[in-house]
Design a protein around this ligand. Structure first.
Ligand code: ZN
Length: 202
């Protein structure tokens, strides 16, 4: 399986990182080795002093598809979830400065937290609240109604470049409030009030 991540999908997050609003969705990939095994803590990797959390709504693809039209995109997923796109912001800044790819900053081992999945039927996907707390303090407070590109257009766009396969996961971008983690932080993600994951930083 592969993980497809969308960057810059929430206006306020684009502003907080002083990025330009993109004309098309920004896409990058993480390999399956990026998935943090369930119940494991997240270990801060030795190559970064500035690891950021980014809470994101996840979409799990349920069948193979290519060149999917927006109209039929809803047939390609039944489940949604919540996760974290851990980012080595210092490494990413260097990559951006030099115009290099982001993989070292985004696709390293443990950088993809994948929480529980839920039936999409249980939620209003156009107006879905999700939150991240750090040490019991609210740090990210998102709603899918703030997405620049919604789930169905994203699936359609992504599938023009990459064949989607059963089990692939799309990370749909993070809202404002990203920030640094340090040892012993506890991150808890909730979707519509339900806990989707909790992660201890080591
Ligand atoms: Zn992200």
């Amino acid at each position: 399986m592969k993980i497809i991540c969308i960057g810059r999908n929430y206006a306020k997050h684009i502003e907080e990182l002083a990025n330009e609003k993109p004309e098309h969705p920004v896409i990058f990939l993480k390999p399956d080795s990026a998935i943090l095994p369930r119940k494991n803590p997240f270990f801060i990797p030795p190559f970064s002093d500035d690891i950021h959390y980014e809470v994101e709504v996840l979409v799990k693809i349920n069948k193979v598809g290519k060149h999917i039209s927006e109209k039929f995109a809803h047939k390609y997923y039944d489940q949604i979830g919540l996760g974290i796109d851990f980012t080595a912001r210092d490494v990413q800044a260097k990559c951006k400065e030099k115009g290099l790819p982001w993989e070292k900053a985004k696709a390293f081992d443990g950088s993809a937290v994948v929480g529980e999945f839920y039936s999409k039927e249980d939620f209003d996907l156009e107006n879905l609240k999700f939150q991240l707390t750090k040490n019991n303090q609210l740090v990210q407070d998102g709603n899918t109604n703030e997405m620049l590109w919604k789930i169905d257009p994203l699936i359609s766009y992504v599938s023009q470049y990459f064949t989607l396969k059963k089990g692939d996961i799309i990370f749909t971008g993070t809202p404002a409030g990203v920030g640094r983690v340090v040892e012993n932080d506890l991150l808890v993600g909730t979707i519509d009030g339900q806990e989707a994951f909790h992660i201890r930083v080591k």
